[in-house]
Design a protein around this ligand. Structure first.
Ligand code: MG
Length: 386
């Protein structure tokens, strides 16, 4: 019997993950179909993608660009929607089998919740969603019986190690980190690094936000919190290990002491494809890892004194409540300011730490509390920067 097509909605199809996801879909036309594509403001690329993949519907969030997209697709039967709310309502379409959330930052929270409410399985590439409101999001997913498949390479690695072991207890997970472009550097060097240097990641090609987060180790910090929620772990069950070659994407240690690792060349298409294909594996033409080319895989402890963000993330995770939400909002503003050359590299963790000290702590936040915490932290972070 022919396998039915898996119809995928991509939230954020014009970003780095979205583009790579379409690459995966294009290589499996008999298995995968792009059902909905959404973009915030990159109308030109959205139009190009829509013409190539012929989805059922597209959303251009920025309303000023609606006419451009609508007119460009007038000769097709692709439905065109616009506005922030369309992002959520379009996900209720019956034909969608899986939603890939590849939005950047806090903006991913609302549409991800809508997709879960609509009963759609999630391929989650937007880690900030779980960092900000992990308890709420995973609670809703349990209530709706919806699966959340990780797309982040580390969490996909853990998930792949757990296949066939879901009933076995995890002793701990070991999240690997490349260490970013400034591994081994101390504060005196970090004080002078430029945006261009920070945007040059040694192993991965990614969007600007996550690349800066990788350079400050905040990315690993956010991933520690993401791992807690995805796999139901305590803070002391998540270890971070620097592994500069980025070949082992993460590991799981079980109760008997056995460790499983998932390996491969750093290529985001692999975790994206696994989130689409699970429980199966699809063939792929991605380049293969060759052990002989890598005579040594090396490991070291992360330097949390120099790269404060990772320590702050562990602190936020232990404190829980709205503290990870504060961490995330302050970091989003700090990264944005760094990308606009308004602040230096070391000011980013300073802003995050100051916000964590100054914002009121809420032990059991509601969705409204998260929304307010996010908003007020951003205001506080702006004040600290300007
Ligand atoms: Mg990652």
């Amino acid at each position: 019997m022919k396998t039915p097509l898996k119809k995928i909605a991509i939230l954020g199809s014009t970003g780095s993950i979205g583009v790579q996801a379409l690459d995966v879909i294009a290589s499996h036309p008999d298995l995968l179909q792009a059902e909905v594509l959404t973009a915030h403001h990159n109308a030109d690329l959205l139009i190009e993608q829509a013409r190539k993949f012929n989805p059922n519907a597209v959303v251009i969030v920025n309303e000023d660009l609606y006419t451009q997209v609508k007119e460009a697709l007038a000769s097709t039967d692709i439905k065109v929607y616009t506005g922030e709310n369309a992002l959520s309502s379009v996900l209720e379409m019956d034909s969608i089998d899986l939603v890939l959330t590849a939005l950047v930052g806090y903006s991913g929270l609302k549409p991800t919740m809508s997709a879960i409410r609509a009963g759609k399985p999630i391929a989650l590439a937007n880690k900030e969603t779980l960092v900000v409101a992990g308890e709420l999001v995973t609670g809703l997913a349990r209530e709706k019986g919806v699966n959340i498949f990780p797309v982040d390479s580390e969490h996909s690695a853990i998930f792949q190690c757990l296949v066939g072991e879901f009933h076995n207890k995890i002793e701990k997970v070991i999240l690997t980190a490349s260490g970013g472009p400034f591994r081994g550097k101390k504060a005196d060097v970090l004080a002078t690094v430029t945006k261009a240097q920070a945007l040059k990641h040694p192993n991965w090609t990614m969007g600007a936000k996550v690349t800066i987060d990788s350079a400050t180790l905040m990315n690993k910090g956010l991933e520690v919190i993401e791992a807690k929620w995805l796999f139901g772990l305590r803070a002391d069950q998540v270890d971070v290990l620097v592994h500069p070659q980025s070949i082992i994407h993460s590991m799981v240690q079980f109760e008997d002491g056995s460790i499983k690792a998932q390996m491969g060349l750093p290529d985001m298409r692999l975790p994206i494809q696994f989130a689409f294909s699970y429980p199966d594996r699809y063939p792929s033409a991605f380049p293969r890892f060759d052990f002989a080319q890598y005579p040594s895989l090396t490991f070291e402890k992360p330097d949390m004194e120099t790269f404060r963000n990772l320590a702050l993330a562990f602190e936020a995770l232990k404190k829980a409540g709205n503290m990870p939400c504060v961490l995330n909002a302050a970091n989003e503003i700090a990264v944005e300011a760094f990308l606009k050359d308004k602040i230096g590299f070391l000011k980013m963790p300073e802003v995050v730490e100051a916000c964590m000290t100054k914002m009121p702590f809420i032990p059991n936040p509601t969705l409204e509390d998260y929304v307010n915490t996010d908003k007020e932290t951003r205001i506080k972070a702006y004040e600290l920067i300007n």
